[in-house]
Write a protein that binds this ligand. Structure first.
Ligand code: NAP
Length: 258
């Protein structure tokens, strides 16, 4: 299927590795020019070279999307994006008794406010031009609280709550906003998460990794390319009637029927 977005321009944050990179690759394969943002220059530049093989224009922007400077740099590189994929770090597991106000503000900045700011800075232009696709990479934690990930449970719920209202105000101008909710994916963040579970578990990394895979109905981790393809479809010309949705991609691990 031709997704009908050849020649469109996208900004993707958190796009040098893992899920964000997979979204950038999938969009590039559909002929979208991509501006990719991340903080670590050498990894970002390697990824940019890899994506260029798809034959599109790739602009790497070194910056922290959780800061006003990072967001300004992204928009300077791509002032009129047609597609916005918001992504950044999650937070490590922990106990809420130890979290300070600064921990909370930093989590909100990264998992909620950065995404909302990027939407604020781009959505009116998309509506004026009559096309826009916004995808937030969130987490299954908004459907199934992850007991050890309180900062993520809370900050990401704020994001999807806000998005639910905004998405209904933009769709009449062909601007959709959806949230992708990944379950367990094979990525650097997942590896860090498992490393964080080692202490006191009496188990090895490989043991926990294997157990997590087997606990999933699919018996495995998701591959980032699977999420990238889903993201590309949500950004397609054909997806204009899908908005305000929280879309799980988790191998069926969410146990509810609805
Ligand atoms: N993988 C999973 O199983 C899973 C499941 C549920 C939710 N998630 C969430 O999905 C998101 C992506 O996960 P992932 O597995 O793809 O992570 P990853 O492999 O660690 O990749 C994260 C990417 O985002 C960039 N990044 C992080 N913080 C940034 C910031 N403030 N500004 C700009 N770029 C930033 C990183 O590059 P730099 O570090 O160089 O900036 C990297 O390119 C995370 O929020 C994660 O918590 C992942």
């Amino acid at each position: 299927m031709d997704l009908g977005i050849r020649g469109r321009k996208a900004i993707l944050s958190g796009a040098s590795r893992g899920l964000g990179k997979a979204c950038a690759l999938a969009l590039a394969q559909e002929g979208v020019d991509v501006t990719i943002v991340a903080r670590t220059r050498d990894v970002l530049e390697r990824t940019a070279d890899e994506i260029r093989a798809a034959g599109v224009r790739v602009t790497p922007v070194v910056g922290d999307i959780a800061t006003p400077q990072g967001r300004a740099a992204a928009l300077e590189a791509c002032p009129e994006p047609n597609i916005l994929v918001n992504n950044a770090d999650g937070r490590e597991p922990g106990d809420f008794r130890t979290w300070t106000r600064e921990d909370w503000i930093s989590a909100l900045d990264t998992m909620m406010f950065a995404h909302i700011e990027m939407m604020r800075l781009t959505v009116d232009g998309m509506m004026a031009r009559g096309f826009g696709r916004i995808v937030n990479i969130v987490s299954r934690s908004v459907k199934i609280a992850q007991l050890e990930l309180g900062l993520s449970n809370a900050a990401r719920s704020g994001l999807v709550g806000f998005t639910a209202g905004l998405a209904r105000q933009t769709v009449a101008r062909n601007v959709t906003i959806n949230n992708l909710l990944p379950g367990i994916f094979d990525s650097d963040a997942q590896r860090r998460h498992v490393e964080g579970m080692l202490e006191g578990s009496g188990k090895s990394f490989e043991q926990i990794w294997r157990e997590r895979a087997l606990q999933n109905p699919a018996g495995r981790f998701g591959q980032p390319a699977e999420l990238g393809a889903y993201c590309a479809f949500l950004c397609s010309a054909q997806a204009g009637f899908v908005t305000g949705q929280n879309l799980l991609i988790d191998g069926g691990s969410y146990p509810g029927t609805y």
